[in-house]
Design a binder for this molecule. Structure first.
Ligand SMILES: Nc1ncnc2c1ncn2[C@@H]1O[C@H](COP(=O)(O)OP(=O)(O)OP(=O)(O)O)[C@@H](O)[C@H]1O
Ligand code: SF4
Ligand SMILES: [Mg+2]
Length: 373
């Protein structure tokens, strides 16, 4: 794997002010409250690498993706793109940066304008960035992007509308639109979670093929650890706005150290009706990102928490093996403390692999056919 760092995120934060309408704190003397959506995260993404962010709903995955594509302005911190800090770009500089990064969204039904044909949809970013002088030139670029997204022959798709396409085809159009400007970096936010299981593998394999062909690095966002493992070189586990564990995918999945990662892994679905081992539950619900717990954020839910330490001090980031980092006061000790669960987890990882393999084997029935109307 090439080592050139394309994205280098440092101490990135995004706080959203809590709006309370008439109850707003403005002028009321009350302290303004904030949603700590992304709270001091750092990571890198290298050329040709897929870095996945995984974690529960509301932990800050999408906000991170939107910050990296500068659809959101950071509260503080740095986002180096090819060593240039793009965190505070504005105007022309921001527009020119946006040409190099693209985002693929979760829901192809929502992300495509129902009134635009496939041609207009894919050509839109070309027009915005003044790429292609004539309509013929743009048609050629659109056709190339559609074929790269495996919508072949492109001519058959150019004049169709979203409602004339299947879910998988729609997501391929969204991918073609992202590819049209030949981006240097792509954020894919849960790109298959709204699609039928039978067509997911085709889209995931397409994204991997594009990575192999063009060396495009991705930030891949998913709540599904099996998908993260299949797709990524490295994984970052997010919890309540922070990254609690990061490392090569196999290391994080096979040798998780953070109690939250271990609990997430033990809840990976198992395709065996006779498999009735008790799942390790995480205590309680995700705390509010407005009033984040003091000390370790996982403290109120952690079965290993030690009072007087975990509830007081923010845990350090510890390198438990080369390139594998864990934010926990007891990072090195957790696997031993949790020894009994190791066997169970190994078995679950194996069964999870079978499930993944079955999903991937169904890649053949990629697209459900939709009739022209
Ligand atoms: N524009 C906004 N204004 C206020 N709060 C926001 C805004 N966008 C996100 N949030 C809050 O920030 C937190 C992180 O949200 P985000 O969408 O990044 O989570 P996520 O990990 O992508 O969740 P999901 O898996 O459900 O997509 C949540 O508490 C969310 O309610
Ligand atoms: S620091 Fe303490 S509370 Fe936080 S994950 Fe580690 S053991 Fe649990
Ligand atoms: Mg999201």
């Amino acid at each position: 794997m090439a080592e050139k760092v394309i994205i280098n995120v440092k101490k990135l934060k995004k706080y959203f002010p809590v709006r309370g309408g008439l109850m707003s704190s403005f002028g009321s003397g009350k302290e303004q409250k904030f949603v700590h959506a992304v709270d001091n995260i750092s990571f890198t993404i290298k050329q040709g690498e897929v870095f996945s962010l995984v974690g529960e709903s509301g932990c800050g995955k999408t906000t991170t993706g939107r910050l990296l594509t500068r659809l959101e302005d950071p509260t503080s911190g740095h986002i180096y793109f090819h060593k240039r800090d793009i965190a505070n770009l504005e105007g022309k500089d921001l527009k020119s940066f946006r040409r190099n990064v693209q985002m693929i969204f979760q829901d192809p039904y929502e992300s495509l304008n129902p009134r635009l044909t496939v041609f207009s949809t894919v050509a839109e970013p070309l027009l915005v960035h003044h790429v292609g002088d004539t309509i013929d030139e743009r048609e050629d670029l659109v056709a190339k992007a559609l074929e790269a997204a495996e919508l072949k022959p492109a001519m058959e798709y150019l004049h169709r509308y979203p409602h004339e396409l299947s879910g998988g085809q729609r997501q391929r159009v969204a991918i073609a639109r992202a590819l049209a400007l030949r981006p240097e970096f792509i954020v894919a936010d849960e790109p298959v979670s709204m699609l039928d299981v039978s067509i997911r593998a085709g889209i995931l394999n397409l994204l991997l093929d594009l990575k192999a062909k063009y060396g495009i690095p991705y930030l891949f966002i998913t709540h599904d650890l099996s998908v993260a493992r299949y797709m990524s070189d490295r994984i970052g586990v997010m919890y309540l706005g922070t990254i609690v564990e990061t490392g090569e995918s196999e290391k994080v999945i096979k040798n998780p150290h953070h109690p939250y990662t271990r609990a997430l892994l033990s809840s990976v679905p198992v395709p065996d009706p006779d498999y009735k081992r008790e799942r390790k539950k995480i205590k309680g619900d995700l705390p509010s990102p407005i009033n984040v717990p003091k000390g370790c954020r996982f403290y109120p839910r952690c079965i290993f928490a030690k009072k007087g330490i975990c509830d007081r001090k923010d845990p350090p980031v510890v390198e438990v093996e080369p390139g594998h980092f864990v934010k926990c006061h007891f990072a090195a000790d957790i696997p031993a403390m949790d020894g009994k669960a190791d066997e169970e987890m190994e078995e679950k990882v194996e069964l999870g692999e079978q499930l993944l393999q079955e999903t991937m084997n169904s890649a053949g029935n990629d697209e459900e056919e939709i009739e022209f109307v």
